[in-house]
Design a protein around this ligand. Structure first.
Ligand SMILES: C[S@@+](CC[C@H](N)C(=O)[O-])C[C@H]1O[C@@H](n2cnc3c(N)ncnc32)[C@H](O)[C@@H]1O
Length: 412
């Protein structure tokens, strides 16, 4: 039986389960387990961990992670003279004989982890709000950060970009989105979830592209190349293309004409920057013809678009309504709804915009990007302080959101 105070659907139990599913560092998980027990790993916490974490994932790819975690749990409980549950000893004993220690430290080991985006209850008016209040996305990732030219592991900037998409869905829904350097594909899965009209992901590394496709399929999205332009429904297809920035030509990119370009953690290699900036400039310079814009106006105001309507009024001004633009019980969400609405009114017909999230590891490299952008007639604006996402990953202590900056990039 569970500890009566611990519930897998509310914190701190929810955070412990989510941290476990996301394979948070085991020390961080241990501190969440302690928090669940009011400072120590009680018998109730052990039962909770067994029932809601270990026994539910024991037959999946969590074996090495569980082995590590249980080893630390046992050590901590024994050190404080507690009694270790039989199930934990047995599971650890089984792994001791069946798992080799060197497997996870050698080569390109892949794991499948689940990222849970946890929505505050007051945000129920956001179109991205899931009924269960959590959006759980499984992802195949490598434990080797360099595998696939770094694209097979999940980087914090794409967690941040995902929080932006889920916090400000009106900016992306019914818009055609194109991501460069997509890595494991998390951003594309979130774009598809909030009903972007078209989602194209790209990467320059072929093994990353293969892993990305695997992840899209794992999340019930298909990766065929004939994605319908605007179906009025969630695009269940996401296009994945091989796009090394160095060899991408205007011809390669002209078929896409995205409304929004996205990039997470792509500014780190000075040698790639001129090519990246050239790709951004081509994508951001594309202007839709009047006919294409009119076609999209119709589809945005059609019954298929559930949350967002544009109506032309007598004075040739647009009235834009968000269905969720009603008072919610959370001021942070109210602010996001009105920001979404103001943004929709101002920007809907403007030229494409890029959102770039980045950890600035090297100031010189980042300044080089800004200079190249300026030379290419692009305006990069730091919007980190004005566009703050909801904290949807409160359990993820390894994710330091304060180290990430968000930029918009547009053509002059
Ligand atoms: C640090 S990873 C970030 C991946 C993902 N956006 C994330 O945040 O999790 C950088 C990504 O950019 C891709 N990349 C790096 N250089 C590239 C290039 N010259 N052309 C195309 N893609 C490139 C890598 O393959 C990798 O997927």
């Amino acid at each position: 039986m569970d500890d009566p105070g611990l519930d897998p659907n509310t914190p701190p139990g929810l955070h412990l389960v989510s941290g476990f599913l996301a394979m948070e560092p085991t020390d961080s998980l241990l501190s969440m387990a302690r928090e669940c027990g009011g400072g120590s790993i009680t018998d109730g916490v052990q039962r909770f961990v067994w029932e809601h974490c270990i026994s539910k994932t024991v037959k999946t790819g969590y074996a090495y992670y569980i082995k590590n975690f249980v080893k630390k749990l046992i050590f901590e409980i024994e050190s404080s003279h507690g009694t270790v549950a039989d199930e934990l000893y047995e599971q650890y004993g089984y792994y001791m004989t069946s798992l080799r220690d060197d497997v996870m430290t050698n080569g390109n080991s892949r794991v499948c982890k689940c990222i849970s985006f946890l929505f505050p209850a007051g945000c129920y008016r956001l179109p991205s709000f899931p009924q269960s209040r959590k959006l759980v996305l499984p992802l195949h990732c490598s434990l080797n950060m360099l595998e696939g030219d770094t694209g097979c592991s999940l980087w914090p900037s794409s967690l941040y970009m995902s929080e932006i998409i889920l916090s400000f869905p009106d900016r992306f829904m019914n818009r055609s989105c194109f991501e460069v350097g997509s890595g494991v594909g998390l951003v594309g899965i979130c774009l598809s979830y909030i009903k972007a009209s078209k989602v194209t992901l790209s990467d320059g590394d072929l093994s990353t592209l293969a892993n990305m496709k695997l992840n899209l399929e794992l999340n019930q999205l298909s990766t065929g190349n004939n994605v319908p332009e605007r179906s009025g429904e969630t695009p269940k297809k996401v296009k994945c293309i091989h796009l090394p920035w160095e060899s991408a030509t205007e011809g390669d990119l002209q078929e896409f004409m995205p409304d929004i370009v996205l990039g997470a953690d792509i500014i780190y290699d000075p040698q790639c920057l001129p090519h990246l900036v050239r790709v951004l400039a081509i994508l951001l310079n594309q202007t839709k013809t009047d006919a294409e814009t009119r076609k999209e106006d119709y589809q945005v105001s059609s019954p298929g678009s559930k949350h967002h309507h544009v109506e032309a009024n007598g004075s040739n001004q647009e009235n834009i309504h968000c269905d969720h633009d009603l008072a919610s019980s959370d001021p942070a969400c109210d602010q996001r709804c009105s920001t979404n609405k103001a943004y929709a009114i101002k920007e809907y017909y403007s030229r494409p915009v890029a959102y770039i999230s980045s950890i600035i590891r090297n100031v010189d490299t980042f300044n080089c990007f800004l200079e190249l952008a300026e030379q290419a007639n692009l305006i990069a604006t730091d919007v980190t302080e004005t566009l703050k996402p909801l904290n949807l990953l409160p359990y993820m202590h390894s994710y330091n959101r304060s180290s990430i900056r968000l930029f918009t990039v547009t053509c002059k």
